[in-house]
Design a protein around this ligand. Structure first.
Ligand SMILES: [Zn+2]
Length: 130
């Protein structure tokens, strides 16, 4: 990729280590990872790769500066639901008890309050979908 000279104005900065440009010092801080040095251990701070930054939700703006993408509450909720569902799917596979598909079985008593709340949330989300 050709290096285009960039003007560093305001809070914009360039990382001296990886050469990436950041739109703010907080975006810059976000791409540095690893433990700080202690008396017992040397610092292992490093730069994240572009892939790691994207995984954190960072994006490059049109000017080529990394920015922290602000997630809406709905996006954040979807993300946390997705990871929760993935965890539950893993648990269900690990149990692998035979059950009738589509019929909920409550082997350890009635559904707990959190389960009911989640079902209600999923229902309302389904209804919102176009
Ligand atoms: Zn860097």
């Amino acid at each position: 990729m050709p290096r285009i000279p960039k003007k560093l104005t305001g809070d914009r900065n360039q990382c001296p280590t990886c050469g990436e440009f950041f739109n703010s010092s907080s975006a810059f801080d976000k791409h540095r990872t690893g433990p700080f040095g202690k008396a017992s251990a040397p610092a292992q701070r490093r730069c994240m790769s572009p892939d790691e930054m994207r995984a954190l939700g960072m994006v490059k703006n049109d000017a080529g500066f990394w920015i922290e993408k602000r997630m809406s509450d709905a996006q954040r909720q979807r993300l946390s639901d997705a990871s929760k569902n993935a965890r539950e799917a893993t648990t269900a596979r690990a149990r692998s008890r035979p059950s009738v598909p589509g019929v909920p079985t409550y082997r350890s008593g009635p559904p707990t309050a959190p389960r009911v709340a989640r079902q209600a949330r999923e229902k309302s989300r389904t209804e919102v979908k176009p």
